[in-house]
Design a protein around this ligand. Structure first.
Ligand code: PNS
Length: 162
């Protein structure tokens, strides 16, 4: 049997507990899962890609079949280069569906042999997003339980250093 390898792509600015939930579900389903962090110089992310990768590597250190990597260019090209058969995406609510369907079908058109698999996070994370985490944190609200501890610590450090 060939190895079942999945890629879980995203911006992860920052990684949330919703992402972690999906990645761990993926790690139970596939032999290996690669957390593929988008290098997006055109946007201005809160955390540079190196820092996003570093935090994710810390979180997934106890899970030998979870790898953390970066990518740019087309996701399907990256998936093919890695030998992945599957792209994993999380679906939180109906509102995610249209964008996700569009991406999945476009990716299929580009490379029909790479399949997109959708997974639902635990209910507690269905309303969680990186964008909201950043907004709540910036406005002084508590993000405890919404992001891994390492992310919370780095957000506080960033706030202190400006
Ligand atoms: O965490 P996000 O921002 O929802 O992730 C979006 C991501 C990284 C999956 C998407 O923007 C992407 O795949 N970008 C790479 C460029 C690409 O392949 N574009 C065509 C998509 S059909």
């Amino acid at each position: 049997m060939p190895e079942r390898l999945a890629v879980y792509p995203g911006t992860f600015d920052p990684l949330t507990n919703g992402h972690v939930d999906i990645i761990l579900r993926g790690a139970r389903l596939f032999d290996r899962i690669i957390v593929a962090t988008l290098i997006n110089p055109e946007k201005s992310p809160l955390f540079p890609v190196e820092e996003r990768v570093e935090m994710a590597r810390q979180v997934f250190e106890p899970y030998p079949n979870v790898e953390v990597d970066t990518f740019d260019g087309l996701l399907v090209d990256y998936a093919r280069r890695k030998g992945a058969q599957v792209i994993v995406r999380g679906l939180r609510a109906v509102s995610d569906f249209e964008y996700e369907l569009q991406m999945a079908l476009m990716n299929r058109r580009l490379h029909p042999d790479v399949e997109t698999v959708f997974m639902m996070p635990a209910e507690a994370y269905t309303y969680l997003s990186s964008r909201l985490v950043k907004e709540i944190f910036a406005l002084g609200g508590s993000i405890a339980g919404l992001v891994p501890e390492v992310v919370e610590t780095r957000l506080h450090a960033k706030q202190r250093t400006g």
